[in-house]
Design a protein around this ligand. Structure first.
Ligand SMILES: C[S@@+](CC[C@H](N)C(=O)[O-])C[C@H]1O[C@@H](n2cnc3c(N)ncnc32)[C@H](O)[C@@H]1O
Length: 242
């Protein structure tokens, strides 16, 4: 039977991975890792590096940070084909992804390609701890309680769409690129969020470079550069009952 394992390797701390993930990583003949540019070190790989045996082959797959769907599709097709060839050569093959594979992951596109064009390959997905829950734990905040709802929003796209989601949310988690957080903070006060709404922002959660701040909306309004990195996360709570 041909099988591919997609393994979520958690948010950054090598101890925040599941035992299933660890076993598969240790046993793998080949590990495919996503990276945004050729020769750019893979973050997913850096998380699991210390667990790898010497003979494991590491193959970088480029997923560029571009928004043009046609060009992206070419990369997804090429990458899926490379993975499929490796699985068909009967090597124990793992596709590694940061956090959980089902949340804004490169895996989602690979999975679609495999389902469509490589139906002889069985797939097992190993869930991982997402940056969202690692962040809540680190900041020691709850995300939602009782009848509250939670929205997960990528900050780097259409701000009008973000505005509509935000109107009906008690707690919002913003992902994908801290460089867009200033615009979002500005928009929040126009969308009925009070000055006392709590905002928690972090970069590089669960790593040694971690930066975390918890403020109220009024402290951040009009200030520049709340976070400067792609690997940033922001949680906004409308009603903080704590
Ligand atoms: C492509 S998405 C991948 C999300 C991942 N699958 C997960 O479960 O967390 C990348 C975004 O996730 C967030 N992210 C992932 N890991 C993070 C970390 N260690 N610290 C802060 N943000 C992180 C950032 O918002 C980043 O822009």
């Amino acid at each position: 039977m041909l099988k591919l394992f997609c393994v979520g390797c958690g948010p950054g701390d090598p101890e925040l991975i599941t035992i299933r993930a660890l076993n598969l990583i240790k046993e793998a003949d080949v590990i495919f890792v996503p990276t945004s540019k050729l020769n750019k070190p893979s973050i997913a790989l850096s998380i699991v590096e210390k667990y790898l045996k010497e003979s494991t082959e590491i193959i970088n797959l480029v997923f560029p940070m571009i928004k043009d769907k046609d060009s992206l599709k070419e990369y997804w097709k090429k990458n899926a084909s490379e993975i499929a060839q490796m699985v068909r050569s009967r090597k124990k093959t793992v596709y590694l992804t940061v956090g959980d594979p089902s949340l804004y992951s490169t895996w989602i596109y690979i999975h679609k390609e495999l389902k469509k064009n490589y139906q002889d390959i069985e797939i097992e997905i190993v869930p991982g701890i997402t940056s969202i829950f690692a962040f809540a734990a680190e900041a020691k905040i709850s995300l939602v309680e009782g009848n509250e709802n939670l929205s997960i929003v990528p900050a780097c796209y259409d701000l009008n769409k973000v505005k509509n989601t935000v109107k009906f949310s008690d707690t919002i988690v913003f992902l994908k690129d801290g460089r867009y957080f200033d615009n979002v903070i500005k928009m929040l006060s126009d969308t009925g969020f009070g000055d006392d709404s709590k905002i928690a922002i972090a970069q590089d959660v669960s790593t040694q470079e971690n930066i975390l701040e918890i403020k109220s909306l009024k402290d951040l309004k009009g200030k520049k550069q709340s976070s400067s990195k792609y690997f940033s996360i922001m949680v906004v709570k409308r009603n903080d009952r704590e």
